[in-house]
Design a protein around this ligand. Structure first.
Ligand code: ADE
Length: 233
């Protein structure tokens, strides 16, 4: 069973965001477990404070080291070792499919979700093993990025996807985008389903799909297409 620990000030956001559809089913099936830990529960301050003004001045508040560290240590005590711990930040390398596949091999993963202007650097130095961004834009907190990552990682955990939804023949596998899909009816708004898909000729269908994937990738994602071409050599 894969366990995701999420250190957050908004545990309900995580739990509500992750209990539907495929991920919800995987949790019910006992393939995944999500433990959202409220950082505020670990504060030693009288008024349950978790942030303070930045030294040196400037806008916003900074999340303090102590509650985050104690929340993290409660996980370390539970596990008996220091698990891989990811800090969601626009300052990390960008998340991608290969990273999702690799992280799916971990039994336990911790996500630290920051808020306000940031997190005290010292606690990051102490507990973080990976800094990860989900793209070049700034969000108000790390919760959505953590959920994005958990969703993508979960799909790569064996058993989470059934045969109906395969993780193999899809976008980014082999650096190609997925081919276009069609379902009934055969004609809609005057648009017909490509003839080859109705032929029942599996080899021809496979060839057509690969060709479509290559063409689509070349047009929409020339960067990925370059990678695909390199692979063939
Ligand atoms: N926190 C705020 N913005 C973020 C981003 N783009 N990726 C990961 N964490 C973030």
């Amino acid at each position: 069973m894969t366990t995701f620990y999420v250190l957050t000030l908004f545990p309900e956001m995580i739990m509500q965001g992750m209990n539907t559809s495929i991920i919800g089913r995987a949790i019910e099936a006992g393939l995944l477990q999500i433990k959202a830990i409220n950082i505020r529960d670990f504060t030693q301050s009288k008024h349950k404070k978790v942030d303070d003004y930045p030294y040196g001045g400037g806008a916003g508040m900074v999340m303090q080291a102590q509650p985050i560290y104690d929340a993290y240590m409660s996980i370390v005590e539970e596990l008996g070792y220091r698990p891989r711990t990811i800090y969601l930040t626009p300052q990390g390398p960008t998340f991608h499919q290969k990273m999702a596949k690799e992280l799916a091999l971990e039994e336990n993963l911790v996500f630290l979700c920051g808020h306000y202007e940031g997190v005290d650097e010292r606690v990051l130095e102490e507990i973080i093993t990976d800094f990860v961004s989900i793209g070049d834009y700034v969000l108000t907190g790390g919760e959505l990025p953590a959920m994005v990552m958990m969703d993508a990682i979960s799909r790569m955990v064996p058993g989470v996807l059934t045969n109906e939804v395969s993780g193999e023949n899809e976008s980014f596998s082999g650096n190609l985008l997925e081919y276009p899909q069609y379902s009934r009816p055969e004609e809609w708004m005057g648009k017909k389903v490509p003839e080859v898909l109705l032929s029942g000729h599996h080899k021809k269908i496979e060839e057509w799909r690969l060709e479509q994937s290559i063409e689509k990738t070349r047009n929409i994602r020339p960067d990925l297409y370059q990678e695909y071409c390199k692979e063939g050599k």
